[in-house]
Ligand binder design. Structure first.
Ligand code: GLY
Length: 371
């Protein structure tokens, strides 16, 4: 089975994303060239530690690398000020130095928290991402967004801070719950929808086999997703322009996540899938894309067994005005206007602040009335 490498070209902050099976048992060989001394600190959560920490530690020890590990509670609530302090103080107590490597070993929560801890510890300690969820492998471990949540909202405190390398071991995805895998798939499909119709067609043909466990298809899907993200991040690292394309479906998603209390009623990737369907519906009603585009998006997500409609979310939701009010809290609001990612077709999206909110409201009203 081929191992793949995607390069993120950011000048002196460039790095490689290695993708393949069996990277954990060989982690020492990948990480050793980045070390000044044979010692690392691992930040992980209890679930990932129970499943995979021994494999990582053995892979490091095979190259003579010793390690210490901090195991945090799994879940979004871990991305807090309290855990940031706990992590940074632990790294200091372990005498982790500037030239050491901190390993973020887990899903998006651990990657964001550990990356931000590394960014502020001693004004910046180097770090590596070893993402263990599909969502983290294709999105959150790549591109240097790190941070925590504030009582004011998600990801409101953080820094752009790039890792030294990313190891995406797709064999690890085999231990994910099907729901978590599919949530990550929402971000994979997003790449096809936002910028690559050929990839979307490939996913229509190969997505089900990939979800069923085909390792080669998983490698290809993670590689193409990372390539697309790497290209966009290389053009616009700090999200002044094109990087916002990665937020296709996210304005709707963030409102739905807030409405469901960031609970397991709606996982982030599920919200992205529903948000993409709503973004295509809005684009169609604005006359930007054909009627066929939203139907095709929905048909693929449905074929994958994903949440597609607001009726797939259990429990109450606010009305359309309530959801619009939650959308207005989005980080991307500037001078009171919301940024939307709209589509001319599948694979051709663009950023605009010129969207008639009455059309968005009618899309939401219709989606709510179908519940
Ligand atoms: N997840 C969107 C980004 O990294 O910009």
């Amino acid at each position: 089975m081929t191992k793949e490498t995607v390069h993120v070209d950011l000048g002196e902050r460039s790095y490689d994303i290695h993708i393949g099976p069996d990277l954990l048992p060989n982690a020492g060989a990948y990480i050793k060239p980045h070390l000044q001394r044979n010692h690392v600190a691992i930040i992980t959560d209890e679930t990932v530690a129970g499943l995979h920490l021994a494999t990582l530690e053995t892979g490091l020890a095979a190259e003579g690398i010793t390690s210490v590990a901090l195991k945090l509670l799994p879940g979004e609530a871990t991305k807090s000020w309290e855990n940031l302090q706990k992590t940074v103080e632990w790294l200091l107590s372990e005498k982790i130095e500037r030239d050491d490597i901190v390993i973020a070993f887990g899903g998006g929560v651990i990657g964001d928290l550990a990356g931000f801890s590394a960014a502020i510890l001693r004004r910046g300690v180097r770090f590596a991402q070893i993402p263990t969820s599909l969502l983290a492998q294709v999105d959150s471990s790549v591109g240097g967004k790190t941070g925590i949540n504030s009582p004011h909202g998600k990801n409101l405190v953080g820094a752009f801070y790039q890792p030294q390398l990313v190891l995406a071991d797709v064999a690890v995805l085999g231990t994910l719950q099907p729901r978590d895998f599919l949530a990550g798939y929402g971000e994979v499909a997003k790449y096809g929808m936002l910028g690559d119709i050929a990839f979307f067609e490939w996913l229509e043909d190969n997505g089900p086999a990939m979800a069923a466990g085909d390792m080669d298809k998983r490698i290809q899907a993670v590689k193409r997703s990372c390539q697309m993200k790497a290209d966009i991040v290389a053009r616009d690292e700090k999200e002044h322009g094109d990087r916002a394309l990665l937020n296709l479906g996210h304005t709707f998603c963030h409102a739905l996540e807030a409405a469901t209390g960031y609970s397991d009623r709606l996982l982030h990737g599920e919200g992205v899938a529903i948000g993409c369907a709503l973004a295509f519906e809005t684009s169609m009603r604005l006359g930007l894309c054909s009627q066929e585009a939203p139907s095709r998006v929905r048909a693929h997500l449905r074929a994958m067994g994903m949440k597609v409609d607001l009726s797939d979310i259990v429990g109450d939701l606010p009305d359309a005005d309530g959801l619009l009010a939650l959308m207005a809290q989005d980080k991307k609001v500037q001078n009171g206007t919301l940024a939307f990612i709209m589509a001319r077709s599948i694979g051709d999206s663009f950023v605009t602040r010129d969207v008639d909110l009455d059309v968005v409201k009618s899309v939401l009203e219709d989606a709510l009335s179908a519940r």
